[in-house]
Design a protein around this ligand. Structure first.
Ligand code: HEM
Length: 364
């Protein structure tokens, strides 16, 4: 029986118009290799699931949020106190954002340590690094939107650091702030970036990313290939997808529990005329860079220490982006210990500086 004959009249009607048989063919063809690293294949899908939660809860928040310095804080307060389940939706949005960045880090580093960026998946990697940048942009811009004290001063510090970018710094700082200071103009800008620019770019890039994943199929790590390749594969539909969904349900349950027991806080409304409260901290995923800048001396080789730091992070990001091009061994299909250990070193560096950020700076 051909696929078309297996289905009813509605399926055949749709198939003639939108080509359902082609989609069914793609779904049936996709296989997932089973080996000792298969668990890492789940993190991309988990990130995608969390991203859809962000879109859904973000749209609900938009029904009540007002993007101005006069009304933003009050609109969030109203949402938390008066709107039924408003506190839950806001808390899920805040928690899922953090979880999404976390699963993104796991996804990025598992791809890096397994060498899954090697040819022909370089562009999948490039689009992934860009998605990481966009996700951090979501975090940075979203943080300011409730217009509370912590967010206000964290944004002041964050945009100040942008000003240290060599040459373009002052221009970038003004561009982000919508003026010389963090004001209502900054809030309106961040709002536009958070709800329009970043979602549009992310959707387009996720589309490209998933198209490439579909085109190339799942990569098999070199050590598994050396040992004769994976012994088995499993069909993506339904076997892998069902396993994916078990993970998504568990994540949803975890999210609901986190949101219910640790709801997002609001704190006090931002007041630009008050001094900055003690212990201003960025979100945890910016902590390692924030802490690095703190340790740098005021002047390095005659240059401003912060400028050198920001330049260093820019070069670090460029290095991360270009790994598939720089790793010549992986390009030839050989195992590359150097890049494996570079990946491990980056993880250790980020973990140690984040830890120091939460402990050593407590008194500063
Ligand atoms: C919103 C962000 C992202 C989403 C939704 C996403 C989604 C996915 C999905 C569903 C897969 C297939 C399953 C898997 O291998 O996990 C995948 C594979 C892949 N992703 Fe991502 N990803 C994102 C960000 C990233 C980042 C930050 C990187 C690295 C810089 C990256 C690099 C890759 C590569 C190279 C593959 C192919 C892996 C292989 O074939 O084994 N992705 N991604």
């Amino acid at each position: 029986m051909s696929p078309a004959e297996e289905h009813g009249a509605l399926w055949r009607w749709l198939d003639r118009r939108i080509g359902l048989a082609d989609l069914e063919y793609l779904a049936r063809k996709k296989q997932v290799p089973i080996h000792r690293h298969t668990v890492w294949y789940y993190f991309g899908g988990m990130t995608l699931f969390l991203f859809t939660i962000q879109v859904a809860t973000g749209i609900l928040l938009l029904f009540y949020y007002r993007p101005s310095a006069e009304e933003a804080y009050e609109s969030v307060q109203f949402l938390m106190a008066e709107v039924e389940f408003g506190w839950l939706i806001r808390s899920i949005h805040a928690w899922a954002a953090n979880l999404m960045i976390f699963t993104l880090f796991v996804h990025l580093f598992s791809v890096l340590l397994l060498g899954a960026y090697r040819a022909p998946r370089e562009v999948t990697w490039f689009s992934g690094v860009a998605l990481m940048g966009l996700a951090m942009g979501f975090g940075f811009t979203g943080y300011l939107l409730p217009w509370n004290e912590l967010a206000y001063f964290a944004t002041k510090v964050g945009t100040e650091i942008t000003g240290a970018v060599p040459l373009a710094g002052p221009f970038l700082r003004r561009l982000l702030r919508g003026g010389d200071e963090v004001t209502g103009a900054t809030l309106t800008r961040f709002y536009g970036i958070h709800v329009a620019v970043l979602p549009a770019l992310t959707t387009a890039l996720v589309g490209l990313h998933l198209f490439l994943v579909q085109k190339h199929g799942m990569s098999v790590p070199l050590d598994v290939e050396r040992a004769g390749g994976p012994a088995r594969t499993m069909p993506f539909v339904p076997s892998f997808l069902l396993r994916d969904m078990v993970g998504w349900l568990a994540a949803l349950a975890g999210l609901a529990a986190l949101a219910a027991f640790f709801p997002a806080e609001l704190g006090r409304k931002a007041d630009p005329f008050l001094p900055a409260p003690i212990g201003i901290k960025p979100e945890w995923y910016f902590m390692f860079s924030f802490q690095t800048l703190k340790y740098l001396p005021p002047r390095i080789l005659g240059l401003d220490g912060e400028v050198v730091g920001v330049l260093g992070f820019g070069l670090g990001a460029l290095f991360l982006l270009l790994i598939p091009v720089l790793d010549r061994r992986a390009a030839r299909g050989e195992r590359s210990r150097l890049f494996f250990w570079i990946g491990v070193a980056i993880i250790v560096y980020m973990a140690v500086l984040t830890w120091l950020g939460y402990t050593a700076s407590a008194t500063k």
